[in-house]
Ligand binder design. Structure first.
Ligand code: AHR
Length: 661
């Protein structure tokens, strides 16, 4: 079995199977540590966040109640009335769209005589509950005249046993928020929330919510701390949000509109998530966007983890794979205004309309927005026409903002070439290239940017992932070590060319094991646990060992980019005074390497060697074995100015050596 896996993986990488050989002659490399090629782009190694695979609702957004405001297309989706409660009362969903267009529906519970009526929320594939943790319940409610109904909320374990409870007693005929907290006494991965109404009369309820007290930075309306921690640990240079195709929508009505995602959470209009019905075989009928995680929270997340915000806005075009709907050019102004207003929301003084909203939401200081994407994976002259109008208006008012442009969904072909040629002529700032390709593609494209025009627009490798099956579209594509290794090799080429490639992000970022639509994904989670894939550890190693300036590593006079199946790049880190060497061995045989370091007085006798690898190219991490393939660290002895190591088969090494001044 193991041999078979070896052969399959190796064949995927090299097309041939070779028996591991005895030790070979060392490869002789030279690092010119005194010759700075370029500073490392400060935004290098970022993250791409999209609400796909239950990433937001049901994922990083810590709300446990699904369809809390009864706004799903089927208003009671996620809610049920237990059999023995059916005869004790009635639930109706009232729609007051004219009065309250952003949150039209609420539930009306009627109990003609004193009884206990119950509704139960199933959560997002259940509710992950932890023993000893505090949970915060809240609800908006009003009593109809003469009614006296109290509400008891109870967390139930998988068997229906109570594991925590609290009571609120709403009073009066005006909507008011009521809150109660309680501690759970058991850990369950798939709990439920029972809401019991006791008394008689009529009570209206809306925004029935349950959050863990423990969220990232203990914020109310907060994010799952374990997931944010995994992101923070990557030390990302930027956070791109909110996607992806979700920016475009299947149709324009379904597009992402940032203004509807800020302000009071109760007034954020719920819409269907565009991934809800994208893939028939991975249908997710309960996938909606509550926008509890909205643009304010995205900016805050980026700030929290020390990353630059990179919002991507709809440019008047819906997804061209789906509906190809575009807004008429003479009706583009509101879309452009959204972009201008977003800059004001992020950076504007608190005396401005949108700056004031940011301050009201708790962040008077600017978010320091420096760049913005216009459109996601758009293509064709219709994109250029719309982008040009956006660019004119934005540059006119905010010349300092850099714009990110689409180059379409592929890294080559007619769509790519048309946009690449056109946008270069238009002196675009940053071009967004996407590649979801085979591991072989990544290995053979590590030199892609070596010959890119140094004077033209910068490149954002905005979405990439090695796919061992064709297409990510709902296929069960695994986050294997093979894919991660190929990405590590390719990334040496990104790092080497960071004067051109100023940002890069793996995509997509997050996936719920019970609710995904797209694979592979960087981080997987269930309701209680989460883990980084081997691909995650590759990204993390680059983010944590980013350095400050690229220096050449050569074999003879050539950059090392796949010769003898070895890939390499080198940076120096001015803050720590270290040389950082990244080496990838994509072969089945060990590679002895001798690296002569020039341009330094000397190197400390002991360096750090961080290795990531597996002898199983199809090896995976999992919820049960979250760090099966993860970095290991040891020290490495250095003699004089020469570093010697043997890079194990199918391995990624990071060597850090202190430079003696
Ligand atoms: O990352 C998943 C999807 O891939 C993104 O939404 C889209 O931009 C790309 O096609």
């Amino acid at each position: 079995m193991r041999t078979q896996r070896f052969i399959t993986g190796l064949a995927l990488l090299t097309g041939v199977y070779t028996t591991p050989l005895a030790a070979q002659q060392p490869l002789n490399f030279t690092v010119k540590a005194g010759e700075v090629k370029t500073p490392v782009s400060p935004n290098m190694w970022g993250i791409f966040f999209e609400d796909i695979n239950l990433s937001a609702d049901g994922g990083i957004y810590a709300e446990l109640v699904k369809n809390r405001s009864f706004e799903f297309s089927s208003p009671l989706m996620g809610w049920s009335v237990p059999k023995d409660a059916v005869s004790k009362g009635q639930i109706l969903v009232v729609n007051r769209k004219e009065d309250h267009p952003s949150n039209p529906r609420f539930a009306r519970i009627t109990m003609p005589v004193t009884r206990s009526f119950e509704i139960v929320n199933e959560g997002f594939r259940g509710m992950g509950i932890k023993a000893g943790e505090q949970y915060n319940f809240s609800v908006y409610a009003r009593q109809q005249q003469g009614s006296a109904v109290k509400m008891t909320v109870t967390l139930l374990d998988d068997a229906g046993k109570a594991i925590g409870s609290a009571t609120v007693t709403p009073e009066g005929g005006n909507w008011q928020q009521y809150k109660a907290s309680f501690t759970a006494n058991a850990t369950v991965p798939k709990g439920k929330l029972k809401v019991a109404f006791e008394g008689s009369g009529v009570i209206d309820v809306d925004m029935i919510s349950l959050f863990p007290q423990h969220t990232w930075k203990e914020r109310s309306n907060g994010l799952r701390a374990d997931l944010v921690q995994l992101l923070a640990d990557m030390h990302p240079g930027f956070v791109r949000f909110p996607g992806g195709c979700i920016v475009e929508g299947r149709e324009l009505t379904n597009r992402y509109q940032w203004k509807k995602t800020v302000g009071d959470v109760n007034d954020r209009e719920v819409i269907m998530n565009r991934w809800n019905n994208e893939f028939a075989h991975r249908a997710t009928p309960d996938y909606f966007q509550s926008f509890g995680l909205g643009f304010f929270e995205y900016f805050q997340l980026a700030e929290d983890i020390g990353a630059s915000p990179l919002p991507i806005l709809n440019c008047g075009m819906a997804c061209q794979f789906n509906s190809a709907e575009i807004v008429a050019v003479n009706e583009l102004d509101p879309y452009i205004q959204d972009a201008l207003d977003l800059i004001e929301f992020a950076n504007g003084d608190v005396s401005t309309k949108w700056g004031a909203l940011r301050a009201k939401m708790g962040h008077p200081a600017p978010f320091n927005l420096k760049m913005m994407g216009v459109g996601n994976e758009q293509w064709g002259p219709q994109y250029v026409e719309r982008y040009t109008l956006f660019a004119k208006a934005i540059k006119n008012k905010y010349p300092e903002i850099k714009l990110v442009n689409s180059l379409g969904p592929n890294p080559d072909g007619d769509k790519f070439t048309f946009l690449n040629d056109t946008l270069r002529k238009l002196h675009a700032d940053i071009l967004d290239e996407h590649y979801y390709s085979s591991p072989e593609w990544f290995l053979s494209n590590a030199a892609r940017y070596d010959s890119y025009d140094r004077k033209g627009p910068k490149i954002f490798a905005g979405e990439y992932a090695a796919h061992s099956k064709k297409g990510g579209n709902g296929n069960d594509n695994k986050n294997s070590w093979l894919c991660a290794l190929a990405e590590a090799a390719f990334m040496t080429g990104l790092e080497r060319n960071t004067d051109v490639v100023v940002m890069a992000s793996y995509a997509p970022l997050l996936a719920h094991v019970d609710g995904w639509q797209w694979t592979p994904d960087l981080i997987w989670f269930d309701n209680l646990r989460s883990y980084g894939t081997p691909n995650y550890y590759v990204q993390k190693l680059y983010g944590n060992h980013k350095g400050s300036a690229v220096v050449p590593i050569l074999k003879g006079n050539e950059a090392i980019s796949g010769q003898d199946s070895v890939y390499a790049s080198t940076v120096v880190d001015n803050a720590s005074g270290e040389l950082i060497i990244k080496l990838v061995n994509a072969a089945a045989t060990p590679k002895p390497v001798t690296i002569a370091v020039q341009g330094v007085k000397g190197l400390a006798a002991n360096g750090r060697l961080i290795t990531l690898g597996s002898d199983d190219l199809l090896g995976l991490n999992s919820l049960d074995q979250p760090t099966h393939i993860s970095p290991q660290e040891k020290s490495i002895a250095i003699r004089g100015k020469t570093i010697r190591t043997e890079v194990a088969p199918w391995s990624f090494y990071v060597i850090r050596a202190k430079i003696n001044k």
